[in-house]
Design a binder for this molecule. Structure first.
Ligand code: ADP
Ligand code: ZN
Length: 723
């Protein structure tokens, strides 16, 4: 047979398909090793054929890497569509379907060695002084086949010695690593309420591919997903369940494990390479039937999909930030179409674009307006921070919040304080000359971290020694401006010395278990107050939390982004939704300098519909998405000259397009990016607003051609961040 092979050379910008000879162990979708340019590289078989136009004696032979094809037919077809849509090499699209560690061939199957006696007991003759061997033989007699490593640990040297004497045989067995051996699997299955049943039935019976489940926080959306996933398994099908960041929701993991056991494979960034590989293989082999994970799990190697769920569909993590910059919804939609199955989008605060499509009938709109426990949504009190300052209150906590915290603690309940900024203070400024401490590799100011007594760059992670004086003028009057979670934690401890406080942000949650430990401790009520960044806004269900403090509701409101209102509404609703989830009524104190702001007004009355109507008419009037598409072409490189040169070429090409199709563009300009340098890379951009997306493929093609070894040129559609 002849295999058409894509050679997976990381640096290659173009697709190279070559013919190779292969034997019958190689199939379409197999990963292979191929001799190429004097060395052996990895590749994928994209097609098989009988004959080649090259003479057989000139063809080299490939060998297969796995005992099974890594990619099924659907994945191959999908990869081709992705390559075409985002103008990326097919090899890059194919890579999306494998755990990245696997591509380098580094991950090995975990093989364990076992020893078993192979002669009858009476034939074993060991001298008195060979104590370890005797003990090991004794052990094997009693326990049967055992792991060599364990035997050697207990009885050093015994395995080799017994093997030499011919008393034992060694066998090798492949074992799968289980990332969640230690997970508690609390059973928490519920009979669906009437509201939930009606929603589930609407999803089952509606013929449309996309189903939007719009349900207030605590309305029991998860239970609906799980019910439908279970039905899907009963029909012999498989499912994909996407969540924004699975490692943040141990409760969800526990629920999935208790409900579906080994049928659920969990894929997320916190797993080790070996664990990822094994979970992936369990899905590929059909041993596991549900893939649960963040956006990359949309590429799970499953066949006969029966359902795809995207929970918290509005979350910005569903847009990829590395090339190809795919949108998870688009991929999920293609897979749903291919398999003829449904795609459920779930959210308490759907994105404006999604909601519009549902209102217009493209998606089925299913709504849950009440919490499962019939409790009202928590009352949101606005604290006007301008008044606080006038009253002489210079702390981070309004008087209203202070008294609510006190009451909450007195009742023995728990509180969550939310601030979307980590560290102690945002900037360090010299009061004498105005100097601001900045990162050497990025155009951003440094954040002071008091615990480590250092300055950190939140863009590149660099650490700097804390300044003792101003490096510009030598002055010693340094001030700390802007408050972060560390400072809040310190202030709250001072004000409420008896309260037990935990903090959850990027600095306290390293490693796979980092989040778990904090959430577990808080869930077991080993702390009274949890301070944190947006990590604590997502999906958690803590029954004893009756108070949520939103310390700075304005933070996302003033970003120069057309979505800042939408973001703020989503964030306030999500965070508020953590309060009062069980028996006792919840409260929220929202601190702002802009209490009349209409987005906040809609948010405090949980008026999604009102917010949407207001927002969509603004967007329609200003022709912003979904009435147009924002496209940013980001040009970045370490050499400023070369970067500017590439920008010039790209801009020229795009300008020609702009001139030939002026009606497609509502806005077209080039500029330095708002953050002009990140990790030593200079950044420029061409910013466009398109009335008509038919020019998009041309934009992708221009950028694919413009990028080169030194300068990256990437296309972003409605980017989540315009930094
Ligand atoms: P959402 O995802 O819509 O915010 P959840 O799925 O987290 O809501 O559900 C909120 C709470 O209600 C959870 O504690 C869940 O266990 C509980 N719950 C869900 N469905 C039911 C039900 N049918 N009966 C009783 N409790 C339920
Ligand atoms: Zn930096």
């Amino acid at each position: 047979m002849i295999a058409e092979v894509i050679v997976d050379v990381a640096t290659s910008e173009t697709d190279r398909i070559f013919d190779y000879l292969c034997d019958e162990t190689v199939a379409e979708g197999s990963r292979v090793l191929a001799p190429f340019g004097g060395r052996v590289t990895a590749g994928f078989v994209v097609a098989l054929k009988e004959t080649s136009e090259y003479p057989a004696e000139r063809l080299k032979k490939v060998t297969s890497v796995d005992p099974f094809p890594a990619l099924n037919k659907e994945c191959l077809a999908l990869a081709k569509k992705i390559a075409a849509r985002y103008a990326c090499p097919l090899a890059a699209a194919l890579r999306l379907f494998l755990p990245s560690e696997m591509r380098k061939g580094k991950v090995k199957e975990l093989v364990k060695r076992y020893a078993a006696l192979c002669v009858p007991q009476e034939e074993i003759v060991l001298p008195e002084k060979a104590k370890n061997q005797r003990a090991a033989a004794e052990f094997l007699l009693k326990n049967g086949k055992s792991e060599c490593a364990a035997l050697n640990a207990a009885f050093p040297g015994s395995v080799a010695a017994l093997e030499k004497k011919g008393y034992i045989t060694i066998s090798e067995e492949q074992v799968l690593r289980d990332p969640y051996k230690t997970l508690d699997t609390a059973e928490s299955r519920h009979v669906l309420t009437d509201d939930q049943s009606r929603a589930a039935e609407s999803i089952r019976s509606d013929p449309r591919t996309v189903q939007l489940l719009h349900g207030v926080t605590g309305s029991g959306k998860t239970e609906i997903y799980l019910t439908l996933i279970a039905e899907c398994l009963q029909q012999g099908k498989t499912a994909i369940f996407l969540v924004p960041e699975i490692s943040l929701t141990p409760q969800m993991l526990a629920q999935l494990r208790s409900r579906f056991g080994k049928n659920a494979a969990i894929m997320h960034s916190g797993l080790s390479a070996g664990e990822k590989f094994d979970e992936w293989r369990r899905l590929r082999s059909g041993e596991a039937k549900i893939a649960v994970g963040a956006r990359s799990a949309v590429f799970a190697p499953l066949s006969s999909l029966g359902l795809i769920v995207i929970d918290e569909e509005h979350d910005s993590s569903y847009s990829s930030e590395t090339s190809p910059r795919y949108n998870t919804f688009d991929i999920a939609y293609l897979r749903a179409k291919y398999n003829g199955c449904k795609l459920i989008l779930g959210s308490a605060t759907p994105s404006v674009e999604t909601y519009k499509r549902a209102k217009e009938g493209e998606f089925n709109l299913v709504q849950l307006t009440r919490r499962v426990n019939q409790k009202p949504l928590p009352e949101i009190i606005i604290a006007d921070m301008r008044k606080e300052a006038r009253r002489g209150n210079n702390t981070s906590f309004s008087l209203a919040l202070q008294s609510e915290i006190e009451e909450c603690l007195n009742k023995g309940n728990q509180a969550i304080l939310f601030l979307n900024r980590r560290g102690y203070s945002q900037t360090v400024i010299c009061r004498d000359c105005g100097y601001v401490a900045k990162c050497e590799s990025c155009d951003v100011s440094l954040t002071y971290h008091k615990e480590e007594d250092c300055l950190k760059c939140h863009y590149c992670g660099a650490r700097y020694k804390m300044l003792r004086g101003c490096p510009e003028c030598g002055g010693t009057h340094l001030t700390y401006a802007g408050t972060g979670t560390q400072r809040i934690e310190a202030e709250i401890k001072k004000r409420f010395p008896a309260a037990r406080v935990l903090r959850m942000d990027n600095d306290t949650t390293s490693g796979k278990e980092g989040h778990f430990k904090i959430l577990k401790a808080f869930g077991e009520h080993r702390a009274d107050i949890l301070v944190g960044t947006q990590m604590i806004a997502k999906g958690h269900d803590f029954p004893a939390v009756t108070l949520v403090g939103i310390l700075d509701a304005d933070m996302s409101l003033h970003f120069s982004d057309y979505r800042s209102g939408e973001r703020t509404f989503q964030l306030v609703t999500q965070v508020a939704g953590r309060s009062g989830r069980a028996q006792e009524k919840g409260k929220v104190v929202l601190q702002t300098y802009d209490p009349e702001n209409e987005v906040l007004r809609y948010a405090i009355s949980y008026d999604y519909e009102g917010f949407y109507q207001n927002e969509i008419s603004l967007r329609a009037a200003s022709l912003f998405p979904p009435f147009s598409k924002i496209v940013r072409v980001l040009v970045s490189g370490e050499d400023d000259k070369k970067t500017v040169e590439t920008l010039r070429v790209t801009y020229e090409e795009l300008s020609a397009l702009h001139e030939s199709e002026p009606d497609a563009f509502l806005f077209f300009n080039r500029m330095r990016s708002p953050v002009g340098r990140i990790q030593n890379k200079f950044r420029y951009q061409v910013l466009m607003r398109l009335a008509d997306t038919s020019v998009l493929p041309k934009i992708y093609r221009i950028c694919a051609q413009a990028k080169n070894r030194d300068v990256l040129v990437s296309v972003e559609e409605n980017p989540a961040s315009l930094a």
